[in-house]
Design a protein around this ligand. Sequence first.
Ligand code: CP
Ligand code: NVA
Length: 331
Amino acid sequence: MSLNLMGRSLVTLADYSSTEILALLKFSADLKAQKKAGHYNKHLANKNIALIFEKPSTRTRCAFVVAAYDEGAHPEYLGKNDIQIGKKETIADTARVLGRMFDGIQFRGFAHRTVEELAAHAGVPVWNGLTDRYHPTQVLADYLTVQEEFGDLNNLVFAYTGDGRNNMANSLMVIAAKLGIDFRIVTPKSLQPDPEILKMCSEFASQSGAKITVTDDVAKGVKDARVIYTDVWASMGEEDMISDRIALLKPYRVDAEMFAKTGRADSIFLHCLPAFHNHETELAKKFPDICEVTDEVFSGTRSRVFDQAENRMHTIKAVMVATINPPDHQA
Ligand code: CP
Ligand code: NVA
């Protein structure tokens, strides 16, 4: 399958066709198999990668760093207090400067507009490592994990439960709509997705055959689901809303009873992580009801969350190689 995405940014998967998304998943699986076999291609030898982080990160940062080193590139971490972006220098000027020195730029931060502006002015690929609106590299890892589990994405019913208007709900809905999935967002009425994103996804769905459902009815939402996915109830920057979200989202916590409602024995549990599933973290001690998933499910046989976390690295590697030095271009 051809994979020439040379020079493209990844701001949202809404900009990618289903063929391009499937090709990226295939390329990720190939790179993963090669690494497991001890084979490193060094597709990015002598390339330099900037990693801008306004928000904290374990998986995304480490995935970019390890993937860059595996492929022979040099990553440079730029934390929010290290550079002038938006404070003393415009986003556009920062993009122009970094684009003269680096071959690709990752951005994680608050406003989605920032990553759009970086991509508009950098002149090199810009990859969205999470904004308030989207988290596209995460959902590539999620779908790679689903493919590994079930062999393909056919007849997939995918239920996302919890905060229905956050970056994960949006990104999962976009990729599902592109790939023709039966996708449900199971959330209270007050946390339903942005109507604009919903409308865009309905248009993608009419092309792909996807089915997008938004419901506050847990039994209806998870019926027949092969995947149950959840995320934290308050995203980064929303910590002051934790108590309100607990009150709203307790009925949407993933537990064994919710899995029983799928009516399937082979359903799996996914989570982008970090997750609240026990009381061993500072926030979970302060808010004992904060857990979006029970420890029984998170640590149980249906959980694939650490495969997902590993797959962040393989998929991010595929995105960097495909957009900086794709195999077709090398040939
Ligand atoms: N899932 C995810 O993006 O994790 P980090 O916040 O640790 O990067
Ligand atoms: N919705 C979460 C995702 C973390 C990977 C957040 O933005 O904090």
